[in-house]
Design a protein around this ligand. Structure first.
Ligand code: MG
Length: 380
């Protein structure tokens, strides 16, 4: 189905292009090609075994970074289509947004950032860009995936000023306070809608959260009460799903309506106008933002800081910090492929080690740690 794109949507034919020039993708357009390259890359497959909140071996029912990315992309596409924006570009950004995440979720990223504090730090957004620009080794004529400017600008959601200065064109917007195109703005809010809701779902399922507590948050209470009234006595599992889908629906509906109004009021006529708008035109209404923030705060205190999540985070920090230290002390402990990379790239040793660790899945990192520290384990 060909849909009419709004004038301020990203258009494949007027893309700012790729770093390495390529012939046209034939049957697909440029953003479809970007999305397909993301799906076929190895970092994307590894997302299946990377923690969102729960470590993969804690249960088969919980979200992983792969299922999270798919949910983000589903929400993003719905919003893009409703706003007549480019769905393929939105999908490409959503699917790629977490490619640079370390194993073990945020505790892994914090630990690696600390290890790298003397060597330029570690930011997962920047790492996602590094994965698609440099680290993937798939194509004969260029490193990375050689994605379009628009997809790359969307992947780089945040960036410190220091790092922005080294990124040339792509980093400039952080220094000059400019926005991305609207498709990337969608991916950003879709990420937040997805994780708030699936963390509530997983939190309730795991017993880390309970209904009484969550009921103190307005958005949860509204929809919980509505479901309870419509279907009294509905089994817990189905009540939870009804509630979650209603919350996602309410957030997405609000996002579309509020963004549409903001876009119209701004009078923008092109993607470049959207970049210059000074603030993100794709946003929840103030009222919904407050409700979403209330839930986010609740989750931070009652889920992410729960002692069971913290215990895993503690183990994760230990694993990452120890691996980094061991490889820094003796690079001959690195697998041969990584040693070769170290020589071939002529790059700083800490960065190569950080790339190696960031690329690991949870279980690979645990195994690698055991191989290096447990004398009873095989070393390879
Ligand atoms: Mg995410």
């Amino acid at each position: 189905m060909t849909l009419q794109l709004a004038p301020y949507a990203a258009r494949s034919e007027s893309s700012r292009g790729r770093i390495h020039e390529e012939s046209s993708p034939g049957l697909r357009d440029e953003y479809q090609r970007d999305r397909d390259r993301v799906i076929h890359c190895s970092a994307f497959r590894r997302l299946e075994y990377k923690t969102q909140v729960f470590v993969n071996h804690e249960g088969d029912m919980f979200r992983t970074r792969l299922t999270h990315s798919i949910e983000v992309s589903q929400i993003g596409r719905t919003v893009a289509r409703a706003l007549s924006l480019n769905e393929d570009l939105t999908e490409a950004v959503c699917l790629a947004h977490d490619l640079g995440h370390t194993p073990f979720g945020h505790s892994g990223q914090d630990a690696l950032n600390e290890c790298m504090s003397e060597h330029g730090g570690f930011e997962h957004n920047l790492q996602s860009l590094r994965v698609v620009d440099v680290l993937e080794e798939k194509y004969a004529s260029f490193p990375g995936l050689n994605l379009t400017y628009e997809t790359r600008e969307g992947i780089l959601k945040h960036c410190s000023r220091n790092n922005a200065k080294q990124l040339g064109e792509l980093g400039l917007r952080f220094l000059e306070n400019r926005q991305t195109g609207l498709e990337a703005q969608i991916a950003n809010v879709a990420d937040e809608i997805a994780y708030n809701n699936h963390d509530i779902d997983d939190g309730l399922r795991s017993g880390l959260l309970n209904v009484e507590g969550l009921h103190t948050c307005a958005l949860f209470a509204e929809h919980y009460d509505e479901v309870a009234e419509l279907w009294p006595g509905l089994p817990e599992k189905r009540r939870r799903s009804e509630l979650i889908r209603r919350m996602i629906n309410a957030l997405v509906g609000d996002l579309v309506e509020n963004s549409r109004a903001a876009i119209t009021a701004s009078g923008i006529e092109s993607i470049e106008d959207a970049r210059q708008a000074g603030w993100s035109l794709v946003a929840l209404s103030k009222e919904m933002q407050d409700k979403s923030l209330e839930l986010k705060r609740y989750l931070r205190i009652h889920m992410y800081q729960d002692y069971r999540v913290q215990r895993m985070a503690h183990k994760a920090r230990n694993i990452i910090t120890n691996l980094f230290g061991l490889f820094m002390d003796d690079e001959k402990l690195l697998p041969l492929e990584m040693q070769a990379r170290l020589q071939r790239r002529g790059e700083e040793k800490p960065r190569v080690i950080a790339d190696y660790i960031a690329g690991m899945t949870d279980r690979y990192a645990i195994a690698e740690y055991e191989k290096l520290t447990d004398p009873r384990r095989h070393t390879t």
